[in-house]
Design a protein around this ligand. Structure first.
Ligand SMILES: [Zn+2]
Ligand SMILES: [Zn+2]
Ligand SMILES: [Zn+2]
Length: 452
């Protein structure tokens, strides 16, 4: 880059007709960004923004609007009513960050495109926006724009979260929806628990002490005084002849009486009735890009070099921790049966990747994993730590077994050795339980200590 600041070319779009020319680079190449100015109507403006965001080439470029925005437009654009200098500064910053992004990868992967959008706008979060008239009430406009409405946001978010590319931020809302149609416009109605009619009303009740029966007060009034319609007793004194129980609803349809009505839910959109516990619950949060997401954007790959390790009797970290805790407790009960834990760390992987390239490292990891698979037993279980260490739980393995296995794993270093001498460094640590457990230690603290 030369020191001189290049003047940014922000293309003005006044109507949808201006867009094809701007995207085709009529003015000599793609512009550095767009300013959508007051054009015919709001629909046109939204349409232009959608067209830009869903395209291949320009989807991540800065887009400004000159007018006050809807929340949806705010999410998918880079702001409105800014001064020219302000827009240029923002655009400059976005373009600078976009230069870190491996460009060809963006065409292939929507995941990367979304992550690159978040990455190129500092502090940008994926935000749900409320649209009270829409079926689900909330949407993620940025996701809708970038995917051209092709991907359903909740599944997409789950996937990105599982891969670790985004992380959870503030909780925005918890929405219940109809299990039949997914609509969130629901009416909660009190109904009769016997016949489910909503024709119920609250009335005062009387409980006769003589015969023990309960009924609406109206049935107890005879010639201006209280008399039990069941046993005929005159009820003179509250507390000694009768009292007023909690039982105080009567159903207009089936005449049953009851203390608590049932709450039922009717969907305004499809008319289906559901009980409240059958409603689906959906959580809407904000999300931000994670460190792993940033790495993916910069390297242009969502493929993760360590993922091949997950083919070794892999178990997700959470159940693995449970199992480890269970083994720890088990190992302290007689008859004592020891088990081992092994942590394998790949200390120089990042450096080797730098020098030998991603493809080479990926091959080395493949080869290594293949050999590891030959060494470990069917009953050994593995997981990956957040720092990408391989964690192996070795049931029914004592001191000797652990030492033998550790040296076999360590020897695999040599198998990764390349003609130029490069090899993957393996750091192998083991512990045998119950002997190596410190008082009060659980799976988490134990692994942390072992790793050092
Ligand atoms: Zn419904
Ligand atoms: Zn009823
Ligand atoms: Zn009575």
């Amino acid at each position: 880059m030369d020191g001189k600041k290049r003047k940014l070319h922000l293309a003005f779009l006044e109507s949808p007709d201006d867009l094809p020319g701007a995207l085709a680079g009529d003015e000599g190449g793609l512009p550095d960004g767009f300013i959508i100015t007051r054009c015919g109507n709001n629909d046109d403006r939204s349409m232009i923004l959608r067209e830009i965001r869903k395209g291949d080439g320009a989807s991540l470029l800065p887009v400004f609007l000159d007018e006050f925005l809807s929340d949806e437009e705010r999410e998918a654009s880079d702001g409105s009513a800014r001064t020219r200098e302000d827009m240029e500064a923002v655009a400059e910053d976005i373009l600078k960050r976009l230069r870190d992004v491996e460009e060809t990868s963006l065409r292939k992967s929507l995941d990367l495109r979304l992550l690159a959008f978040l990455y190129s706008r500092e502090g940008k979060k994926l935000r749900p926006v409320l649209d009270p008239l829409s079926r689900g009430l909330y949407s993620y406009p940025l996701m809708d724009h970038l995917s051209g409405g092709m991907l359903e946001s909740s599944g997409w978010i789950t996937e990105l979260l599982e891969k670790g590319y985004i992380r959870e931020e503030a909780l925005v809302d918890r929405i219940r929806s109809c299990p039949k149609c997914g609509g969130s416009h629901l009416n909660y109605v009190d109904v009769c628990p016997f016949c489910r009619s909503m024709d119920i009303r609250q009335v005062p009740f009387i409980h006769c002490f003589t015969c023990g029966r309960v009924g609406p007060q109206d049935a107890f009034v005879k010639e201006g005084a209280l008399q039990c319609p069941y046993c005929g007793t005159r009820l003179r004194h509250i507390g000694s002849d009768y009292d007023r129980p909690m039982d105080n609803y009567i159903c207009g349809s089936c005449s049953q009486t009851f203390a608590e009505p049932e709450v039922s839910c009717r969907c305004f959109l499809c008319g289906a009735w559901s009980s409240t516990e059958n409603l689906s619950v959906r959580i809407y949060r904000e999300y931000s890009i994670s460190d792993k997401g940033i790495l993916a954007v910069r390297s242009g790959s969502t493929e993760d070099l360590y993922s091949v390790l997950d083919t070794l009797n892999y178990m997700k970290p959470e159940p693995f921790r449970h199992l480890l805790n269970w083994q720890l407790d088990l190992s302290e009960r007689p008859p004592v049966e020891s088990f081992g834990l092994m942590i394998v760390s790949f200390s120089n992987l990042a450096e080797v990747r730098e020098s030998a390239g991603r493809k080479k490292v990926s091959e080395m990891m493949d080869g290594l994993t293949k050999r590891l698979r030959e060494i470990i037993r069917k009953t050994d279980i593995s997981t990956r730590t957040p720092a990408n260490d391989l964690l192996l739980l070795l049931p029914k393995t004592g001191e000797k077994g652990c030492t033998v296995l550790a040296s076999k794993v360590k020897e695999l270093e040599n198998a990764t050795r390349q003609p130029d001498g490069t090899y993957l460094e393996l750091s192998v640590k083991t512990a045998v339980f119950p002997g190596d457990r410190q008082k009060g230690e659980d799976a988490v603290t134990l692994v942390a200590r072992l790793k050092g």
